[in-house]
Ligand binder design. Structure first.
Ligand code: FES
Length: 136
């Protein structure tokens, strides 16, 4: 339970974990030239209307939090707190909040806004097509 943050890819896409793990290790810096088919990795998270502008939504099953800091600008992060591994439970006032010990992370970039966590929430790749948000 304490090592979840290092295995987020496996947790997020059980059926395609090996494929995703390999891709993410070699493609961590670029997302614009993705030419691979998305059939095996494009799990739909939600529709865009499920993520409020200026707020966000925690998807507990997938352990992902999606925010929309500005209209049409969607961001996604691991929902596993980097402090001790609790799931964050809400997005409010521009931060993603952990209920366990009070850590807060920026809804724009996942950076730590309030401890005790010292490391940012890792970004997750998503694609938004029409009104559909998918894990990339
Ligand atoms: S586990 Fe999130 S603040 Fe401690």
């Amino acid at each position: 339970m304490t090592h979840r943050s290092t295995r987020r890819t496996v947790i997020l896409a059980t059926g395609a974990s090996a494929l995703l793990a390999g891709c993410s290790q070699y493609n961590s810096g670029s997302s614009s030239s993705d030419s691979s088919p998305k059939a095996s990795s494009g799990q739909e998270l939600a529709t865009t209307s499920a993520v409020p502008v200026g707020g966000g939504t925690v998807f507990k099953d997938q352990k992902v939090v999606v925010t929309q800091p500005a209209k049409g600008d969607f961001k996604a992060f691991s929902a596993v707190c980097t402090h001790q591994g609790c799931l964050v439970d809400k997005v409010a006032n521009g931060t993603i909040d952990c209920p366990c010990h009070g850590s807060r992370f920026s809804a724009e970039d996942g950076s730590v806004k309030n401890g005790p966590a010292t490391r940012p929430l890792p970004a997750e790749k998503i694609t938004v097509t029409g009104n559909s948000i998918r894990l990339a």
